[in-house]
Design a protein around this ligand. Structure first.
Ligand SMILES: Cc1cc2nc3c(=O)[nH]c(=O)nc-3n(C[C@H](O)[C@H](O)[C@H](O)COP(=O)(O)OP(=O)(O)OC[C@H]3O[C@@H](n4cnc5c(N)ncnc54)[C@H](O)[C@@H]3O)c2cc1C
Length: 482
């Protein structure tokens, strides 16, 4: 495990920029350049996941596409590894690289909405909260994730599961075009009409193909009010609740997306004090078909056992989108990993309940995302995102505070995932919940891998963008991309 962030290592980074290099960079780069000599350097290298402790040669904060081009060219001229940071929320910490250049896009977070065309142009460093803030002004939304501080870039390039996923699909299914800076420092637009193979690859292939400086999303009418499902039961009822959700799921409309999770009752005023700290199973969900339809469709899920508390009801979409924010503070220690499940067999339910009980940290959860709906409208080879057609994604979220508990928490999630993987009808991997990125990348892309490797060979033959779940460029003699 890396050492604590609060004890910086003066010997790192081992590679530093000379004064001449810095002058050359600042001549062509407008944004902030932070090196170890700057008082803000250690803040700039801190990520959401407090486990990650890397020392880049410099963190640069481009103000626009021209700065991104300048930074990529500068790094290549000096043979510096590159890492790209959108929202800095990927659990594996791939937004940072030791002894290289970190392109932190946080200053590029502008969002502009065309309500008539139902489109939004979104900077590569925007967060979900940045996008929701602007789009909800018009009662519109891009389908993104469920915590507002998450970056849209990593989320979208690797998939994107949110509260309206069954209605509108993955975040990446809603991208109309990308503006990308390639490894050569070229600025391209990838869409259905331009660089089509790159467009295919960017939708699921992560940060392998360049720096995305702008996303163009299709927007949909969502809110401003939606129905939030949030009912908590005691963990003794976990089997009944999970079974009940599974019975309900095949008939669910696309307007409803639900996410049961095993957790601990928080010490908050909304929960009866007598239940604080007890193990629980909660069913979180969203309905975008209006309150009456939501009440009718969710009725069964709110009566699966005697609830600890039922917090369900209509609420502003932006409120639902930020309801979980406080549960994921910056700097805590995190290890998240996921697998797709085709059938919620008794063995799977038993495993979820057991690991729900054996969580070493009360902050950790075992989550069951109900998928399907619009996610499955696109075939598995329609975009680089391979894993469609699975009704569930199981996620082990290990969340804890102390470095002395690192081993126990990582082991809990790893053992749970490996035991789950050994069961029938369990497969795949999700690039947004990748652990430390230690699993074979082919499990993420399956039969899409070879095509991705050919696109990589075309747009990044020297594998400049490799601080990610890395696709290696196909060899010269590989079959060319179609
Ligand atoms: C609190 C929390 C809640 C989450 N909730 C959800 C959820 O509801 N649904 C879901 O699907 N996922 C969710 N996730 C997972 C999340 O989608 C991933 O962590 C995602 O990678 C975060 O994106 P980011 O831009 O913040 O990541 P970063 O750490 O900044 O980047 C991750 C990687 O993405 C690539 N990248 C980032 N920006 C760019 C860019 N502009 N151009 C090219 N490559 C880039 C790089 O390879 C980088 O290493 C959540 C994560 C957290 C921490």
């Amino acid at each position: 495990m890396p050492p604590e962030l609060d004890a910086p290592d003066a010997t790192r980074p081992t590679r530093r920029l000379s004064d001449l290099d810095l002058v050359a960079l600042r001549e062509r780069f407008r944004g902030d350049v932070l090196t170890p000599e700057d008082p803000d350097y250690h803040d700039a290298r801190a990520l959401w996941n407090g486990l990650i402790d890397r020392y880049p040669t410099a963190v640069v904060r481009p103000t626009g596409t021209a700065d991104v081009v300048a930074a990529v060219r500068f790094a290549r001229e000096r043979d510096l590894p590159i890492a790209v940071r959108g929202g800095g929320h990927n659990v594996a910490g791939s937004a940072l690289v030791d002894d290289g250049l970190c392109l932190d896009l946080s200053a590029m977070n502008a969002v502009s909405v065309d309500p008539d065309a139902r489109r939004a142009l979104v900077g590569g460093g925007a967060t979900i909260g940045d996008v929701d803030h602007e789009t909800q002004l018009h009662g519109l939304a891009a389908p993104l994730g469920v915590v507002s501080a998450t970056g849209v870039a990593g989320l979208t390039l690797n998939g994107g599961l949110g509260h309206v996923r069954r209605r509108y699909g993955l975040s990446l299914d809603n991208v109309r075009s990308f503006e990308v800076v390639t490894a050569d420092g070229e600025v391209l637009t990838a869409s259905n009409d331009d660089h089509e193979e790159l467009f295919w690859a960017l939708r699921g292939g992560g940060g392998n193909f360049g720096v995305v400086t702008r996303f163009e999303y299709d927007l949909h009418a969502v809110g401003p009010e939606v129905f939030g499902l949030f009912v908590w039961y005691h963990a003794d009822d976990a089997r009944t609740v999970l079974r009940g959700v599974d019975d309900w799921a095949p008939e669910a409309t696309r307007d409803a997306s639900v996410l049961p999770f095993l957790a601990t009752v928080p010490e908050l005023g909304e929960f009866p004090e007598s239940t604080w700290g007890q193990p629980a199973v909660a069913v979180l969900g969203c309905h975008v078909g209006g309150t009456a339809a939501a009440e009718a469709e969710f009725e069964r899920l709110r009566d699966l056992a005697e609830p600890v508390v039922d917090l369900s009801g209509p609420l502003p979409y932006v409120e639902l989108q930020s309801m979980l924010d406080a549960d994921y503070p910056d700097g805590l220690r995190y290890y998240w990993k996921a697998l797709y499940v085709d059938e919620l067999t008794a063995e799977v339910v038993d495993l979820l309940v057991r690991y729900g009980r054996s969580r070493p940290s009360a902050l950790s959860t075992v989550d069951l995302w109900h998928l399907g709906g619009a996610i499955d409208d696109t075939p598995p080879d329609g975009t680089a995102f391979r894993h469609r057609g699975h009704p569930y994604l199981v996620t082990f979220e290990a969340n804890w505070e102390e470095s002395t508990d690192d081993d126990a928490n990582v082991a809990w999630a790893r053992e749970g995932i490996e035991e789950l993987r050994s069961l029938p009808a369990v497969s795949g991997a999700y690039g947004n919940f990748p652990g430390f990125g230690e699993d074979p990348v082919r499990s993420l892309f399956g039969r899409n891998y070879d095509r991705l490797a050919r696109v990589k060979a075309e747009y990044d033959p020297e594998n400049v963008f490799r601080s990610n779940l890395n696709v290696e460029p196909a060899a010269d003699d590989a079959t060319p991309a179609p």
